[in-house]
Design a protein around this ligand. Structure first.
Ligand code: AQP
Length: 342
């Protein structure tokens, strides 16, 4: 089937607005999928939605330019592969809308050094990238605030790991509004019930991340079924042996969470189904559930990534529609600050 695109604007006026972004900093993981992407498709049916490939965020850690270019298009294709419809949602590449960088600069001047210093992701990333603790890494949440506030988003679907950044976006919006009068919608987080935090398969006390240097720690959404089975089978668990949710069982808790997201079963139902069975049986079931969960996404992705002309068309239409909304908010904020608009 040939990919086609409708060229009329995607948004209607009345529904609540949501915006969410994903960084093209690697191949997205099962964590990104269960914690965020899977919800996005459902939310796009209900809300006026915008989804961005957050390429400006990705350069807060050093990227290989050739790889980054490829990953940006891969993540764009993934957004379509999960079922997002460019005729219904605005799907765009962040750097194609300059208003993001412009508003981020303005918001930097309304954000305190102290509040940014408390961000746990900055603390974590400055440890794991100790040779490149750049100002962009520090100011990342301000750019994220600009992303959200430009679209006057009511809700932001995020994994639990991003909750702190969303709180900063709310604080910045409230601060700006209290100085200049109502300018930005103050956004609420939308955190899905399941899959809010998928942990590394090799260190289940750390979240699963696409930039983890150890590929055994994450399942990528494009991994082949055999690779998925192998990674889940080698997931770190404990020596105790029972499949139930409990303290000190981070590895099993994580696998149960993943299995629950893929099958819809509750923790109690999973524990009952695997009573008397060993971790080997459980891991095989989790692996199969993950393979089936990701299969349609991977198959659709494989078709889409071949159609670069279509992907570019989607990005161009997305940038045009996103810019229209973003520029309106940017101009409003600039006027309030006292800038002379061109
Ligand atoms: N492990 C996770 N569990 C649940 N949700 C997750 N998300 C990320 N990791 C998990 C959610 O995925 C969305 C997109 O994330 P992102 O790519 O914008 O940024 P991130 O949180 O920094 O993701 P990664 O995979 O950890 O990337 P790197 O390794 O580059 O830092 C977000 O909604 C996020 O909450």
């Amino acid at each position: 089937m040939e990919n086609t695109i409708n060229t009329s604007p995607a948004q209607t006026e009345k529904k609540k607005k949501i915006l969410s972004c994903i960084q093209p900093s690697g191949i997205p993981t099962l964590g990104n999928y269960l914690g965020a992407l899977k919800n996005w498709k459902l939310l796009s049916d209900e809300f006026d939605s915008a989804f961005a490939v957050a390429d400006l965020h990705a350069i807060t850690v050093r990227q290989d330019p050739q790889k980054l270019r490829k990953q940006i298009m891969e993540v764009l294709a993934l957004l379509l592969a999960i079922g997002l419809d460019p005729d219904k949602s605005i799907i765009f590449i962040q750097s194609h809308v300059p208003a993001h960088s412009q508003l981020a600069w303005i918001l930097n001047c309304y954000t305190q050094f102290g509040e940014m210093s408390r961000m746990t992701q900055f603390k974590d990333k400055s440890q794991s990238h100790a040779d490149n603790v750049n100002v962009g890494l520090f100011a990342y949440p301000v750019l994220m605030a600009a992303d959200i506030l430009l679209y006057q988003a009511d809700l932001v679907p995020v994994g639990a790991d991003q909750k702190q950044h969303l709180e900063i976006a709310r604080d910045i919006a409230n601060r700006f509004n209290s100085i200049y009068g109502n300018t930005f919608t103050v956004p609420d987080p939308y955190i899905g019930k399941n899959g809010a935090r998928v942990m590394s398969l090799q260190d289940p006390t750390k979240k699963m991340s696409k930039s983890d240097p150890n590929p055994k720690g994450f399942v990528s959404v494009f991994d082949a079924p055999e690779t998925i089975m192998k990674k889940i089978k080698s997931a770190v668990t404990d020596s105790e042996g029972g499949v139930y949710y409990g303290e000190g069982k981070d590895g099993i808790n994580n696998l149960m969470g993943i299995y629950s997201c893929c099958t819809g079963l509750s923790m109690d139902e999973i524990a009952r189904d695997f009573e008397g069975k060993g971790y080997g049986d459980f891991k095989a079931a989790v692996g199969e559930a993950v393979v089936e969960e990701l299969r349609p996404v991977r198959e659709r992705y494989e078709q889409l990534i071949k159609d670069q002309a279509y992907l570019k068309q989607v990005a161009a239409k997305g940038a045009e529609n996103a810019s229209r909304i973003a520029n309106r908010t940017l101009n409003k904020a600039m006027k309030k600050c006292g800038f002379v608009l061109p």
